[in-house]
Design a protein around this ligand. Structure first.
Ligand code: ZN
Ligand code: ZN
Length: 148
């Protein structure tokens, strides 16, 4: 994981530069995004913030996410009408999705991605600006449960 404190500062700077009012709601949201625990979707962010901020609106969450995405400060993982967000690693990286527990894991240490990008550029003369790679399967926790 990238240093969540640095990510928080980066998100804060972005909001500030875009002239967003730094309300307690927005600050709490970017605090949550900077750790990106479990790659939450907007509803999950809303649900966890609502405990502390009962008046927070889903619209604020969507607006802030859209702005940060525009600025390249969060990565959107678009899963058929259900977008999840990574504010800790805003650059494109693969994700591993467990079909049992539905957790989303980072696959950012897969080194072959560079090679794949290179091969696509060479073979198809195609300049890649971003990618979205998702692998479905069963995570180690679920595998351990089924092995027992
Ligand atoms: Zn699992
Ligand atoms: Zn991620």
């Amino acid at each position: 994981m990238n240093n969540p404190e640095l990510r928080y500062q980066a998100l804060l700077t972005t909001l500030h530069e875009r002239g967003s009012r730094l309300t307690s709601h927005r600050l709490a949201l970017i605090r949550l995004l900077s750790t990106s625990e479990g790659h939450p979707n907007a509803m999950q962010l809303y649900e966890s913030l609502r405990l502390q901020f009962p008046t927070i609106s889903l619209a604020t969450i969507y607006k802030t996410l859209a702005l940060l995405k525009d600025e390249g400060e969060v990565l959107e993982i678009d899963l058929h009408n259900d977008s999840h967000y990574d504010g800790n690693k805003p650059y494109p990286h693969p994700h591993l999705i467990c079909t049992q527990c539905h957790k989303i894991f980072d696959g950012d240490e897969i080194t072959a991605i560079q090679k794949i990008n290179q091969e696509i550029e060479d073979r198809y003369n195609f300049q890649i600006s971003r990618h979205q790679l998702v692998f479905y399967g069963m995570c180690w926790e679920c595998r351990e449960k089924t092995d027992r």
